[in-house]
Each structure stands twice: as C-alpha cells, then as structure tokens.
Design a protein. Structure first.
Length: 177
C-alpha cells in the first residue's frame, strides 16, 4: 500500500487514541504545539529507519532486475550498477537452474572470501554482495550472460509517499514522542 504523510499521521493518531475526537465539544488552542508537523517528522524519521533496517515483511519488495545496468562480467563474477533509489537487497535469483543467492554484507568474511576464485559461492549457491552503488554476484559455477532473473529490493519511494505492507502499518504504533 502507498500512503501519504497525512494518511500516516491520521493512522498514528488513531492507534494512539488521539482520534477520533469528541464531536459534541469544540476546543481551540493557538499557543500549543502543531501536533501534525511534530508527528510528521517522527513518522519520516521512523520510516527511513524502517527502510534501512526494518523487518522485510513490513515493506513492499520491488523486482529491480530489469533496472540493473551491467558493468562487468566474467565466468564466475558479475557486477551491476544499482538504481539510484535502491535502499536494501532482499533476494537474488540468478537463474531458474541455480539456487537463490546468499546475501552477504559488504566487508563480512563471506563477502571477502568471494574475491578468491576458488572460494566463490557457498554450498553450491551464488553469493550476492552490495558494494556502494554496485551489486556483485559470485558463483563457483559459470554465471549466465544475462542479468539475474529476479532481484527483490527495498527502494526509496518518491518524496511524500510511504510504501508499507499491512504488517508494516502495525509498526506505526511503536513511534514514541
């Protein structure tokens, strides 16, 4: 689901018991905090943290395989430029005949071992590593010449929009002021 900031503010207020307000009384105050602006900033900060490190099921996954730009390719290593809105890698399916790639954090022992031609891949599966703006795919067996069949990722949506799954919306109650 795609939400606007105002929709998320309204959802947060509802889940915190601030809405709906009583309809039999009116109260106006002009010297108080603008709660919508304040909560909007909290939501924006919470959402960008969720994009970077939240549970995968809380966010919408996008297949970016068609948006990868090939940079280099050898028999057991392929490098692709990631799209500018890329945020986080979820899964890589190199081809239907290969098992799903193991995702390794850049700088980890598994990622560093992939530079050795004889240690590429792990347990018969390819290994995918994001280094900055590039996706590196390593395999002990030959890689296909074509880009991966499927690359699921978290991307940054357009400014002012927030993509969340139904499960992700449940985390909005965790925002504290």
């Amino acid at each position: 689901m795609i939400y606007t900031l105002q929709q998320l503010i309204d959802e947060w207020k509802l889940r915190r018991g601030l809405e709906p307000v009583r309809s039999d009384a009116a109260f106006h105050r002009f010297d108080a905090l603008d709660i919508d602006t304040y909560v909007g900033r909290l939501i924006d900060k919470w959402y960008h943290s969720l994009l970077d490190s939240g549970p995968d099921g809380a966010l919408i996954h996008h297949d970016i395989a068609g948006r990868l730009e090939p940079v280099g390719h050898s028999t057991t290593k392929a490098v692709y430029r990631l799209p500018s809105d890329f945020r986080r890698l979820i899964s890589v399916d190199v081809s239907v005949v290969m098992p799903r790639a193991v995702i390794a954090e850049a700088g980890s022992a598994l990622a560093r071992s992939q530079e050795c031609l004889f240690a590429r891949g792990t347990g018969g599966a390819p290994v995918a590593v994001c280094h900055g703006d590039f996706l590196h795919v390593y395999s002990h067996t030959p890689l296909p010449d074509s880009p991966p069949d499927r690359v699921l990722a978290i991307i940054t949506p357009a400014k002012g929009l927030y993509e969340l799954s139904d499960e992700g919306l449940d985390y909005i109650a965790d925002i504290h002021y």
